[in-house]
Design a binder for this molecule. Structure first.
Ligand code: NAD
Length: 713
């Protein structure tokens, strides 16, 4: 049977343990790995000829963390506590063996992988620019339960460890070396092992700093005045951003603080208790479900049509070199795709290419890239006004003005040049794809690829399948999105698709409450308390109020053309009033719901006159509920209407697309977590008070009755 642990012992008594979990692409902390490792440890402890241990990995990474599957099965806090304690006991035996243990990091060490390395006496890393180390547990609502919250502060100091522990930051090697987390670098894998072996031979009986007499925390323990002062304000600083929505943050701080009052063994037990508390929270369940399982399923092609051959884009034509086109050109060229960037004037096309130049110049200045790499990437972007240059493109991404006629014109002109098998994608944010495909001579190869701004930063692309889009075209669009390193969700065509449609309900609810006389400050604070990245009125200012009016006008026209009755959202009148009567367009003109003064902004005092405040203000939780229920319910409607194809797409799309409170696990997981029955009941209450938009989607009534959740959909 293949085992996850290979042990080779040299004549010098130094054993090299190579971790290589069978059937997996990376090493994770689980029984398959730890049971054979424990056998090696047993030998190491008892065999006097076994003089030192070097731990390394046969995978690309050293180890990337705990086995989430194992963690997800934990049902009680006791079980979580024992799980953490078992790993810690192993590490204590390793570091107290009286013999040298070296972690030879051939690749990235995250979470439990770094904790394992911290249990070694020395850490030597392969000098590889992509190698990262960090403790990202907090991003899944967890706490590093393998000694991370205790060994790290004892190595680098309490304050320094906070940014790694509380933000889950991943460090590159230069930073890790500067902090003293990595002791030494090696240039080749052979040298890595040689250096590790040599260190073992030269240091026959090392002790961890915290096991030495008179050990002191670098820069002081929890009692020292400087640290105590920092610890007194750290919780309020952390909660100013997190609004108390992330219990792991408080648990991590408590674990570090309490651990910093006592010796390592007590401290490790304290940590296990906080680990157990984190593992049992609804927040960690939400985040693990969505940001681990559903995200991985999406990455593995859950929404990609089956049986379609894999594809990759070699040459892309980007039509329109404005804000979006310039970004799309950059992210494509970055992964080695040839880009033809077309606009109506050469100047505009060059300006679009200039966007990449700007980003790359910054990266070179910060030492994150080199002049040679920058020039190589820029050479792949060809700015032009000539359609002939699109010849040979396997994909076109159209990002011209949001105007049906302009889009129809460029579609025809491009299709006249490109090969018959090329895919044509539109980056429209509002125009239904099936309608745009009417100007295409090959609608089966027409698709929507909805990018988010700024393209180089935003991780999501919403793929929109038109009525005639073929599965092959969808697969090719999906492959391209992954090729440029973004996460694809797949939705069916409809007005506003999925993301814009649900996102709009959030900002419009803010405007509606303002009209009812809710204090704008309460509305804004509620948005933040709810865990949204930006409050609704400030967000409306960012996207501009005039765009809101423009979209509403277009929707009215389309409804009329289709013979349907248009029911205006109560927030619409607010936006029209601000734009038409008060010339308040949004942030770009310095006047919206807020007044802008350089980097400062404050709510426009005139709002109080236009929308007099109710004498009795609603409870803050009521405002939060309105902002969140309205989004979740709209997401459920999208699911019901078949706009969404899976709960995974809904949840990931909401978090990556418009920043839906990550601790809630996404717009549909929000409903699961509240409970279907409770969600339906509260929705009926809200609809009685505030209108039909809160009436629960019919699918929710059925699911509540059957006791179903969105988990399995
Ligand atoms: P923009 O105004 O910054 O850029 C549009 C570019 O298209 C301009 O450079 C313009 O000169 C060029 N153009 C216009 N007509 C053309 C033609 N006939 N041939 C070639 N080029 C032409 O707009 P943008 O913000 O980049 O948006 C472009 C598209 O992306 C729109 O459909 C928009 O709805 C969509 N979109 C925008 C965002 C966003 O946040 N701005 C997000 C997602 C999608």
């Amino acid at each position: 049977m293949t085992t996850a642990i290979k042990l080779e012992r040299g004549s010098d008594g130094i054993g090299i343990v190579t971790m290589d979990l069978p059937g997996r692409s990376t090493n994770v902390l689980n029984d398959d790995l730890m049971l054979p490792f424990a056998e090696v440890l047993q030998q190491f402890e008892t065999d006097a000829t076994f003089k030192g241990l070097v731990i390394t990995s046969a995978k690309r990474d050293f180890m990337v963390g705990a086995d989430i599957d194992r963690l997800a099965k934990v049902k009680t806090p006791e079980e979580a506590y024992e799980l953490a304690q078992a790993f810690k006991t192993f590490l204590r035996r390793l570091e107290k063996s009286g013999k040298p243990v070296v972690a030879a990091l051939n690749g990235t060490a995250l979470g439990g992988g770094l904790e394992l390395a911290l249990g070694a006496h020395r850490r030597i890393a392969l000098n590889n620019p992509s190698l990262k180390i960090g403790l990202p547990e907090v991003k899944l609502g967890l706490l590093p339960g393998g000694g991370g919250t205790q060994r790290l502060p004892r190595l680098i100091g309490i304050q320094e460890s906070f940014s790694l522990l509380l933000e889950g930051k991943e460090l590159r090697l230069d930073k890790a070396v500067a902090l003293g987390l990595i002791h030494e670098l090696a240039e080749t894998p052979a040298e890595l092992i040689e250096k590790a072996r040599a260190w073992c031979l030269a240091n026959p009986s090392p002790k961890q700093p915290w096991d030495q007499q008179g050990f002191r925390f670098p820069k002081g323990d929890s009692r020292s005045p400087g640290v105590a002062q920092m610890l007194a304000i750290a919780p309020s600083m952390a909660n100013a951003k997190a609004w108390g929505n992330y219990p792991a943050i408080n648990h991590i701080m408590s674990s570090v603080f309490e651990g910093g009052l006592t010796d390592i063994d007590n401290a490790l037990q304290i940590e296990s208790r906080y680990f157990a508390a984190c593992a049992m929270t609804q927040e960690s369940r939400n985040m693990i479900g969505t940001l681990w399982y559903q995200l991985n399923a999406i990455k593995k092609g859950r929404s990609r049509p089956e049986g379609q051959p894999e594809s990759s884009v070699k040459k892309v034509g980007v039509l329109g070199a404005g804000m979006m086109g310039a970004g799309i050109a950059y992210v494509s060229a970055k992964v080695g795709i040839e880009v033809v960037l077309l606009d109506t004037t050469q100047e505009a096309a060059e300006k679009g290419k200039g966007y990449s130049q700007g980003l790359l110049d910054k990266a070179v200045a910060r030492g994150r890239s080199t002049a040679a790499k920058r020039d190589e990437l820029l050479a792949r972007i060809q700015p032009t006004t000539k359609y002939e240059d699109l010849a040979g493109c396997d994909l076109i991404v159209e990002a011209v003005f949001e105007d049906r006629d302009v889009k129809a014109g460029v579609t025809k002109a491009a299709e006249a040049v490109i090969g018959s098998d090329a895919v044509f994608a539109s980056n429209t944010s509002t125009l239904p794809i099936t309608g745009l495909a009417k100007s295409s001579v090959r609608p089966a190869q027409f698709i929507g690829l909805h990018f988010f701004s700024p393209v180089d930063k935003m991780p999501l692309v919403e793929i929109i399948v038109g009525a005639e889009t073929s599965p092959q075209t969808l697969a090719r669009g999906f492959d391209y999105v992954q090729q440029i390193g973004k996460t694809p969700i797949v939705v069916n065509d409809s007005r506003g698709f999925y993301t814009s449609r649900v996102f709009a309900t959030y900002i419009m609810e803010g405007a509606a409450m303002l009209a009812e006389g809710v204090h704008p400050r309460s509305i804004e604070v509620a948005g933040q308390q709810a865990g949204m990245p930006m409050p609704p009125l400030a967000l409306q200012d960012e996207v501009t109020l005039s765009l809101g009016v423009h979209i509403a006008d277009a929707a009215r026209r389309d409804y009329a053309a289709e013979g349907k009755t248009y029911v205006a959202h109560p927030g619409e009148a607010v936006i029209r009033t601000l734009v038409k009567d008060h010339d308040r367009i949004g942030k770009k003109t310095g006047r919206g719901f807020y007044d802008y003064n350089g980097k400062e902004k404050s709510l426009w005092p005139g709002l109080a006159e236009v929308y007099p405040r109710q004498p009795v203000q609603p409870q803050q939780q009521h405002i939060i509920d309105r902002l969140m229920y309205v989004q979740a319910n709209e997401a459920a409607r999208c699911f019901e209407a078949g706009v969404l194809r899976s709960a995974a797409d809904a949840n990931i799309g909401s978090i990556f697309g418009w920043g839906f409170a990550p601790f809630q696990g996404g717009a549909l997981q929000f409903i699961n977590a509240v409970g279907l029955k409770q969600f339906v009941e509260r929705s009926f209450e809200l609809s009685k008070l505030h209108g039909k938009r809160f009436e629960p989607a019919a699918i929710l009534l059925k699911m509540a009755e059957k006791g179903e959740t969105f988990e399995d959909r």
